[in-house]
Each structure stands twice: as structure tokens, then as C-alpha cells.
Write a protein that binds this ligand. Structure first.
Ligand SMILES: Nc1ncnc2c1ncn2[C@@H]1O[C@H](COP(=O)(O)OP(=O)(O)OP(=O)(O)O)[C@@H](O)[C@H]1O
Ligand SMILES: [Mg+2]
Length: 249
């Protein structure tokens, strides 16, 4: 399988002279699942935002199947097949679940019957929301709203799915639901998934490759098995670098 995503030296600054990402590299093979881990503030969300075109990229190169896409707007990147589900809540609370999912069909907005079909398919993926299509999304629980966001991201049938902490705040049953559906999705569609996770053990179970970021830079990376074996020392390394515990380096 070829590389679907190649990121070289990605730099992001929200404010002048303050570089949050300081040259991050990542490669994801087509139809693989890549998991990004790292301590709070490492720049994990910023990395996904840079790829999705919603954070100011100041340097580096991003390629999809060899084609440069850095510098494109977020809307153009959606057109290239990227779907981004951010860490912060993003449902439209006053709209119904169905209407929220329809927004995910923006790239196929001219084709109503295709949108109907995709919305139906994506809704049925998650038992916890499939019967709530007519409810106001804001009335759902936080975990159910997260599933609406993930389902909405899938309506475009993305070729690259960027998920930022998709299971944060979810009950163990919903976490299982999300990971089962991601596995199912990958078995059916040629989607490349890059996800940030705090639930490291769950994420490692679905990952092909894992990257650890620390202080806006690459830390270590390796296969899921390699990283699982080194996890304790990786976490100790974060603590010493960020001063959140252990001895400072
Ligand atoms: N919009 C912004 N403007 C300025 N600084 C920001 C902005 N967003 C994030 N930052 C800063 O960038 C750094 C990285 O933040 P980011 O959200 O990418 O970290 P993270 O690894 O996702 O952390 P967490 O695990 O807590 O979600 C932090 O120091 C944060 O304060
Ligand atoms: Mg984050």
C-alpha cells in the first residue's frame, strides 16, 4: 500500500513569533489507522487543525497521494476528501440530529437522494443515536452529541478522517461503539484514519502506527506493538520534559 498522507516539517503559529508546531513529520499509509498520543499541550489538536486547514500553517509540506495540499483552505481540503472532527463540541444544538448529519453532505449538496442515503447509513452505525434523528441535537447527552459529530464526519465518505479525541467523555459502552464502527468502516471503505486519543490502550488496539508528540515536535513513533512495549518509558519521558512530574531533564 502506498502512503496516503505525508507530512514534512509542519509548522503552525497562532501568534507571531510563537511557534506551536515546530516541524512535525508523519506518514500514514493508505487505509491505515494512525494514532497520535502526547501530553496536554503537545500540539496534537494543532497538528490535526493544520491538516484540516483551520490553524495557520507557517511552514512544511503536506501531501495526499503525493499531491501538495498545504496552503489550501479548509473548504478546499474538504473537497480533497478530508473530514475533521474537532476535539471541542461542534454540533449545532438548535438543529435536529438529521439536519446536523446533512451538513456533513456539503460536498454532495446537489444530490439529495445520495445525501438521504448516506445520512441514513451513517445514523444506523451508532445504536446510541439512531433513534434520535428528529431530536434537537442540543438535547442529547454529551456522548451522544460526540457520536453525531463522528457520524456527520462520515457522511462525506472521506478518504482521510481526522478525529480529535473521539471518545473523550464517552461511557465505556460508547467507546466500544466508536471503535467497533471505526474497525467496521475500515473493513468496508478505503479510508485513512488519523486520530488523537487519551484512551491510549484502546487506541493502540486499533492502531497500525503510533506517533508521540511532545512540545510541538515528534517524540517517538512505531508500530502499535513497538509503542505498547515502550509506553511506560514514553510517558515518563513526557513528564520529565513538561515538568508535570518525575525529574526535570
Ligand atoms: N487558538 C490558539 N491560539 C493560541 N494558542 C493556542 C491556540 N490553540 C492552542 N494553542 C496553544 O498551543 C499549544 C498546543 O495546544 P493543542 O490544543 O494543540 O494541544 P493538545 O496536544 O491537543 O493538548 P490536549 O491534550 O490538552 O488536547 C498549547 O500551548 C495551547 O495553549
Ligand atoms: Mg487537543
Amino acid at each position: 500500500m502506498s502512503n496516503y498522507l505525508e507530512v514534512q516539517g509542519l509548522r503552525v503559529s497562532y501568534e507571531r513569533d510563537i511557534e506551536i508546531l515546530r516541524g512535525v513529520n508523519l506518514v500514514a499509509r493508505q487505509s491505515s489507522t494512525t494514532v497520535i498520543i502526547g501530553p496536554n499541550g503537545a500540539g496534537k489538536s494543532t497538528f490535526l487543525k493544520g491538516l484540516a486547514g483551520v490553524a495557520p500553517v507557517t511552514g512544511g509540506e503536506v501531501r495526499l497521494l503525493g499531491q501538495r495540499v498545504d496552503g489550501l483552505t479548509s473548504v478546499q481540503l474538504v473537497g480533497k476528501g478530508i473530514a475533521f472532527v474537532p476535539q471541542e463540541a461542534s454540533v449545532f444544538g438548535q438543529m435536529t440530529v438529521d439536519e446536523n448529519l446533512r451538513l456533513g453532505g456539503w460536498t454532495i449538496r446537489g444530490n439529495r437522494s445520495l445525501i438521504d442515503q448516506r445520512v441514513e447509513t451513517c445514523l444506523q452505525l451508532f445504536d446510541s443515536i439512531k433513534n434520535f434523528r428528529g431530536r434537537k441535537a442540543g438535547d442529547l447527552s454529551g456522548g451522544q452529541q460526540k457520536l453525531v459529530e463522528i457520524a456527520r464526519g462520515l457522511v462525506s465518505e472521506p478518504s482521510l478522517l481526522l478525529l480529535d479525541e473521539p471518545t473523550a467523555g464517552l461511557s465505556p459502552i460508547m467507546v466500544k461503539e466508536v471503535y467497533e464502527q471505526l474497525a467496521e468502516l475500515r473493513s468496508k471503505a478505503p479510508v485513512t484514519i488519523v486520530l488523537v486519543e487519551q484512551n491510549v490502550r484502546e487506541a493502540l488496539a486499533v492502531a497500525d502506527h503510533v506517533y508521540s508528540l511532545s512540545m510541538g515536535m515528534n517524540d517517538v513513533d512505531g508500530s502499535s506493538e513497538e509503542i505498547t512495549g515502550k509506553l511506560d518509558s514514553i510517558v515518563r519521558g513526557w513528564m520529565s520534559k513538561t515538568g508535570t512530574g518525575g525529574s526535570s531533564a
